[in-house]
Design a protein around this ligand. Structure first.
Ligand SMILES: Nc1ncnc2c1ncn2[C@@H]1O[C@H](COP(=O)(O)OP(=O)(O)OP(=O)(O)O)[C@@H](O)[C@H]1O
Length: 235
C-alpha cells in the first residue's frame, strides 16, 4: 500500500463548545477517491470545512504528505495542494467563466494555462466570456470544479457535486473525476448524498453518523453487501 496523502487522526471539531465531529480518523492515498457518506446533519460538510481550514480543529491531527495542515493558514492551504469545492459551489457570479478559472490559479507563478481545464470541460470553453450568473447549475458546478483544478491540487475536497443537477450531468461529473484520478493521480474526498453515484467511482467509502465514523469499506464491498447497505446506507 502506498503512503497516505491525507491522514486524519482523532479529529474533533464543530462550531461552538459542543463538537460535531468526534474522534474521526481516515486516510486518503494518492490517486484514491474516498466517498464520505451519511444522513443529513451527520457532519460530512463539517469534516471538509475542517480539513480545508475554514473551521479550527479542536483535537486531533491532520497531515498532508506528512505535513501538519493545522499549522498552515487557510489562505495558504491551496499552495500545499488542497482545493475545496464547497456545497453551493462558490462561483463568483459577476465574473466571467475565464475570470473565475483564473482565480483558481492566481497564486501560481507563472499563471497556469487554462487550456487543460477547457479540454476537460469543453462547455466552459464555449462559455468562457459568459458571467457566472448566466450559467446553468451543471455549468456552475463544472466551473467550481474547474477553478479548483486550476490550482493543480493533490487533494480535492468536493462537497455534494450532484446537488441540484440532472442525473446525466451528475454522471458526467463522476466520470470526469474517475478519469482525473486515473490519469493524474488526483486524490478526492467526495461528500455525496447520491450514494450510488459516489460509490460507482470511489475506491473506499466511509459512513459518518452523528459525527462519528461508523463503518468503512472498499466501495465495491459497500455496494455488494446487502447487509452493510441496509444497515448503513438505507437501500
Ligand atoms: N454554521 C454552522 N453553525 C452551527 N452549526 C452548524 C453549522 N453548520 C452545520 N452545523 C451543524 O453541524 C451538524 C453537521 O452539519 P453538516 O452540514 O456538517 O452535515 P452534513 O452531513 O454535511 O449534512 P447535509 O448532508 O445535510 O449537508 C448539524 O447538526 C448542523 O446543524
Amino acid at each position: 500500500m502506498s503512503r497516505a496523502l491525507l491522514e486524519v487522526d482523532g479529529l474533533t471539531a464543530g462550531y461552538g463548545a459542543a463538537p460535531v465531529l468526534h474522534d474521526v480518523s481516515l486516510t486518503v492515498e494518492p490517486g484514491q477517491i474516498v466517498a464520505v457518506l451519511g444522513a443529513n446533519g451527520a457532519g460530512k460538510s463539517t469534516l471538509l470545512r475542517t480539513l480545508s481550514g475554514l473551521l479550527p480543529a479542536q483535537k486531533g491531527q491532520i497531515t498532508l504528505d506528512g505535513q501538519d495542515l493545522r499549522k498552515i493558514k487557510v489562505e495558504h492551504l491551496v499552495r500545499h495542494g488542497v482545493a475545496h469545492v464547497p456545497e453551493g459551489r462558490g462561483v463568483v457570479t459577476e465574473l466571467t467563466v475565464e475570470e473565475n478559472l483564473r482565480l483558481g490559479g492566481l497564486w501560481r507563478k507563472p499563471q497556469p494555462s487554462l487550456e487543460p481545464i477547457y479540454e476537460l470541460f469543453p462547455r466552459l470553453a464555449e462559455r468562457r466570456r459568459h458571467e457566472g450568473h448566466q450559467l446553468s447549475g451543471g455549468e456552475r458546478q463544472m466551473l467550481a470544479i474547474g477553478r479548483a483544478l486550476a490550482a493543480q491540487p493533490r487533494l480535492l475536497l468536493l462537497d455534494e457535486p450532484s446537488l441540484g443537477l440532472a442525473p446525466r450531468v451528475t454522471a458526467q461529473i463522476m466520470a470526469l473525476l474517475r478519469d482525473l484520478r486515473d490519469r493524474t493521480g488526483l486524490a478526492v474526498l467526495l461528500v455525496e448524498q447520491n450514494v450510488r453515484s459516489a460509490l460507482s467511482i470511489a475506491d473506499q467509502g466511509v459512513v459518518l453518523s452523528l459525527g462519528r465514523i461508523v463503518t468503512r469499506h472498499d466501495a465495491a464491498t459497500l455496494v455488494d453487501d446487502a447487509e452493510l447497505r441496509h444497515a448503513y446506507l438505507g437501500f
